[in-house]
Design a protein around this ligand. Sequence first.
Ligand SMILES: *Cc1c(COP(=O)(O)O)cnc(C)c1O
Length: 423
Amino acid sequence: MPRTDTVLADPRLAETVERLGRAVVKDAVVAAQQRVRQGEIEPEDVADAALAALPRHAAHLRPVINMTGVLIHTNLGRAPLSPAAVEAAAVAAGPVDVEFDLAAGVRARRGRTALAALADAVPAADDVHVVNNNAAALVLVATALAAGREIVISRGELVEIGDGFRIPDLLVSTGARLREVGTTNRTTLADYRAAVGPETGFVLKVHPSNFRIEGFTGSAGITELAGLGVPVVSDIGSGLLEREPLLPDEPDATTTLKAGAHLVTASADKLLGGPQAGLVLGRRDLVERCRRHPLARALRVGKVTLAALEATLRGPATPLHQALHADPRALLDRAQALADVLADSGIDARAVPAEATVGGGAAPGVRLPSAAVSLPERLAAPLRTGDPPVVGRVEGGRLLLDVRAVPADRDGDVARAVLAAGR
Ligand SMILES: *Cc1c(COP(=O)(O)O)cnc(C)c1O
């Protein structure tokens, strides 16, 4: 067995140590030595095997092609960043003037250009603040405005956001008390009015972003609630800043603020199409109380996030926006072209119409006409573990690769991945 140090001295591996770090390369060498012991490879092939098995980056996260038909897939990292945001994030990786005034040579307001971009994007907000995610935004607002007091919330809006996390638990963890009003299906203005009093920190509206109830339902609107004399906070969830005609039932920050909400909280990595972050938008004094609260320091975002957020807000249309607005006819053409290439190589592939969803806790019930390449189900596993990994969905005994969430310039990669998986 060649010694680990001897293998690591191979010039090709020594070069990768510079790039990936010694630990990563050594792990690959040790794994290759193990393969020798198991009789899979010859001792003289250890360096080659280690090289072949090396990850491309020092981190183990792998870039995935999302063909699930779910545009915002939380397990796949939600919104893909635009090339402009990726570039801005890479620039911000080094020393940057995130908190420094280069002209004056003194400390400056952290993230001021990203905050200005957000303020420009939502003129209906007097002031804006950015934290780690929407859950952090809710925790900060609840702590700053209602710790030791009451948050008035409808029983129909006690939402679980996923992976076992529940908004009511999050709110109570801040030391605020929940004052539940109404019922699961109906809550009236009178219910809120009866509950509001000296103990009220604010009234909270939570958008039921990942479920729908139908039938005998009713809720009080923001405008009515804004007349109760206490702050009204609206968690809109998905981070639309303006109305999106394709998603008529999805609330947006501008409309919600204009309707009278005093604060809006939202995620930046859902329909806004940006990095993971939480937005707090609205009345200046309330935003200021959040920003000044000691907890704000624990929830602040990094410079890379600020850069990506600014580029998302100021830059070209995001990949998510393009996926949402893709023409179904063009999607079917792409699926057909892919299926043709694959069928020519003997793979059982055909283009089929499909339905995509927005996902990520946004626009529940909305179905977007889409198109997919239908393949034998047994290709699902090799595609997931291939390079690059392709994740589709299995339906009716077939693997469907939905093209809506995939930028058209990746179709060649998809074809190569399927051909490799089919071999
Ligand atoms: C997604 C969502 C959250 C949680 O947002 P994160 O950014 O994941 O923390 C909270 N409220 C609503 C209504 C949501 O849709």
